[in-house]
Structures are given as C-alpha cells and as structure tokens.
Design a protein around this ligand. Sequence first.
Ligand code: CU
Length: 269
Amino acid sequence: MQAVLIAGALVLIAVGAVIFTLVTPWWFTPQASNWGEIDSTLLLTIWITGIAFVLVNLFVAYTVIRYRHREGQRAEYLPEHKRLEWGLIALTTVGVIVLLAPGLFVYSRFITPPEEAMLVEVVGEQWRWTFRFPGPDGVLGEADPQRISFENPFGIDPDDPYAQDDVLVLGNELHLPVGVPVKLQLRAKDVLHSFYVPQFRVKMDTVPGMVTHLWFTPTEVGRYEIACAEYCGIGHHTMRGVVVVEDEESFRQWLATQPIFGSPAGRSE
Ligand SMILES: [Cu+2]
C-alpha cells in the first residue's frame, strides 16, 4: 500500500510539472529585440531537463512498486553492470553537450556586435543607471574611475578631445532609435550590478574595474524596464530604469536635450 502511495505521488509530481509548464502564466514576456535565439536556447534547456525530470520520476515510481518489500524476500546482489554504466555515461554526456553547446554559439554572437552598431555606455552604481553617448565623433572620451567626482560622475578625462562632445544622460532613462543595432559598453562604479532588460532578452554583469559589452537591435517602439539583476546592497530593488525605443526623429530630439561634457551644462551636472 505504502509503495503504491509513494509511486502515485511521484507520477503526480511528473504529470503536474508538465501541466504546470503548459498552463503557467509565468511564460516569456513579449519579445522586443533580435535575440529570439536566447528564447530558443532556454526552451531547449526546458525540453531536455523536463524530459529527464519526467523519466527519472517515472522510473523511481516503477522501481518503488517493482521492488517493494515482500514478506520473506531477501535483497539480491547484482554485480557491476558495465554496459548499463557506459550507456548512462554516454547518454548524460550527450545531454550535457546539447544543453551547453548552443548557448556558447548564441553567447558568442551576443558579445560580437556588428561594425555599424551605435555605441552607448552604461554605468551602474548604487543605486542608479547613467548613460553616455559618444557624440558626433562616434568615440567615447577616455574615462578612469580615479577621476570620478561629484562634478565628473563618469570620470571622463577633461583633456581628451574625444570627450568634449560626449553626451551625458544622468536620469534613469535611456532612449534608443528603433531598428538600429546598439552596442552597450558597461561599467560599474562600486560593486557588481547586472544590466537586465527582460523584453530584449539582454542581461550582462557590470563589474568594477572591467568593461563588459553586448549588443542588440530593438525591434518594437515602447517603454521597457531596466532592472538590476545582481543583488548590490540595500537599495538594489530601487535600481531600475527605462529604455524608451522610439523613431529616429524623436530619438535625435531627446538626445539634443541632454548635457554635453564639453559644455558648461555638462561640467556642472
Ligand atoms: Cu545593482
């Protein structure tokens, strides 16, 4: 009786997990960038781990019934089963390769931006996001954490000619033109943060002392939430921002209202 109950519970867990996966409201949010491949790799992971989960549970349920305790019965000794062991090792190896390999290819594309991508710098700090555009010359001015001060929040070298036209965005809102590939260059001022825009399928750690990067092409006009995805202190939950994706014209207008580093407005911020 006990064996049947345990086996029944295991079958219920397996079937319940499948039903939950199919009817859950916590599915992917609508997608707003070119990274559908990230969804495909996640789905592949769900398929492989899901099949393994169901098979293991059903197998345990079967063995609980098949080898349940019977009066007067003694356990049997089975020596090593070499063929079965090698078979399981091979199956697991194939499973792990199929789980990992596609992700490596997608990740490599994710951090290899196209030549024409528009450069934007993202700086994470406790607890806000700031952004910097390179201006008409397309090159960001040299920045050094040593130079960060209240007047110079990005630590930009004031003597660098490339820095003079850099556009500083100090609010938590980043505007981007729709359909244009963007390369984000990410830095952190204090501790680890992680720049995450779920609808773009884009997430990357920002690491103090390191510059990380990623790229994407926003495909839908709209407002998308940025969340910090790395616990970074007491204000972590407030470390939010917005990406506004709009047409080229509105984007240009917005960019023109932001302070420029070389101008008096840029220095005094
Ligand atoms: Cu953070």
